[in-house]
Design a protein around this ligand. Structure first.
Ligand code: KG4
Ligand code: ZN
Length: 367
């Protein structure tokens, strides 16, 4: 039995959670900074770190309070070490180190991408008596990690045994949602906004490109983003080439709301194109590697069309966390930390943040 405190500050959520045995969420507290960053159309890194500094102690105290546990009964402290924004990561890392030093708890650095994946091991602790607790996912399994910064298709043969089959060559899936939402004037964060706008739209109205659909397992979403831009320009009466001003809007400030644009159809056709590519490649990989289950992870895994299409088009069972555990949270960090704790992993005080960390893959050919 283990009781682990997780801390997460890699981007714009300050989170702390207590998790038992890597599975049962005893408490999970998330302070979102979405309202703070909305007017900038994306995360403002300096403001994010300052807000983490204000929130991290109260959030941690709340997580311990709700779990009704004291530092003394914890077994370890798990903290996100990367990838993420350097200033944001440092806040969680420094609190983690200070608390571990003061309480003599082991410190475990956790890769944020692995943590997303381990959200699939979590179950609420306060279930009803007689509730069926789902079994642990069985290896080998395939995991699609789709977040704001990453799109990785990963084969997992055991705990910490990863082989990356594919990754994005340009924009991440969540990044594509965020950039296209900005282009359409739908605000931040883009994923939920596009999903809501797409609800009443026709997914076949615009035939957007599905890059690399039948080639390998890598992804590319930047051409799709440009295709949406061209349609927007057509409706605006602008040139058919991406205007420099509009291109800049993709990467900087929020675009003003547009008139006349068939927003619902555009959002729906864009969403269908992203989902189509994600499902097609995942389905092909699940067959090629004969996995028993597919796990979805990361913020984009809360997309209802993605979940539905995965379930209807794949021939193997598909699992995904509830939406609150798909987006950034600390319960997933504690869960990943638990499996590292069991494997005897402990970190020294020299542990540092690693903003550019990727999933820790084995060399090709290892399995
Ligand atoms: O995993 P996450 O919370 O943070 C990162 O580690 O990046 O993912 C955030 C991303 C954002 O790009 C957001 O737009 C996207 O997840 N997202 C969604 C949905 N909810 C969040 N994308 C599509 N549909 C959604 N419902
Ligand atoms: Zn994340």
């Amino acid at each position: 039995m283990s009781l682990i405190l997780g801390l997460e500050t890699s981007c714009d959520e300050t989170a702390a959670a207590v998790v038992e045995d890597g599975r049962r969420v005893v408490s999970s507290v998330v302070a979102s900074q979405v309202d703070l960053h909305r007017e900038y159309g994306g995360v403002f890194p300096e403001m994010a770190s300052r807000q983490h500094v204000l929130d991290i102690v109260p959030v941690t105290e709340q997580a311990l309070g709700r779990a009704q546990v004291d530092w003394a009964v914890l077994d370890a402290l798990a903290v996100t070490s990367g990838p993420g924004l350097v200033g944001s990561l440092l806040v969680g890392m420094n609190l983690g180190k200070a608390a571990a030093w003061a309480t003599s708890l082991p410190l475990i650095g956790v890769n944020h991408l692995e943590a997303h994946l381990y959200a699939n091991w979590l179950v609420p602790r306060a279930g009803h008596p007689g509730d069926q607790v789902p079994a642990d996912p069985r290896f080998p399994l395939l995991c699609l990690i789709v977040s704001g910064g990453h799109t990785d298709l990963v084969l997992m043969k055991g705990h910490s045994e990863y082989r990356r089959l594919g990754q994005t060559l340009d924009d991440a899936a969540g990044e594509a949602f965020d950039k296209v939402a900005r282009l359409l004037g739908l605000g931040y964060p883009g994923g939920p906004a596009i999903q809501a706008a797409a609800d009443s739209g026709n997914p076949k109205r615009f035939d957007f490109p599905r890059a690399l659909l039948r080639q390998g397992y890598d992804f590319s979403f930047s051409g799709l983003k440009t295709a949406v831009l061209r349609v927007v320009q057509k409706y605006e009466g602008g040139s058919s080439r991406p205007s420099r001003q509009r291109s800049r809007m993709i990467t900087s400030r929020a675009a003003p709301p547009l008139r006349r644009l068939p927003l619902a159809d555009l959002a729906s056709s864009f969403q269908a194109a992203v989902v189509d590519v994600l499902v097609e490649k995942t389905s092909r990989a699940a067959m090629e590697y004969q996995v028993g289950v597919v796990l979805l992870a990361g913020g984009v895994a809360s997309n209802t069309l993605l979940r539905r299409e995965m379930e209807s088009r794949l021939t193997v069972p598909v699992r995904y966390p509830p939406p609150s555990l798909c987006t950034d949270n600390a319960a997933m960090v504690a869960s990943a930390g638990h499996f590292k704790y069991l494997a005897g992993e402990r970190h020294e005080w020299s542990l540092d943040v690693q903003p550019g960390l990727s999933i820790p893959v084995q060399a090709q050919g290892d399995g």
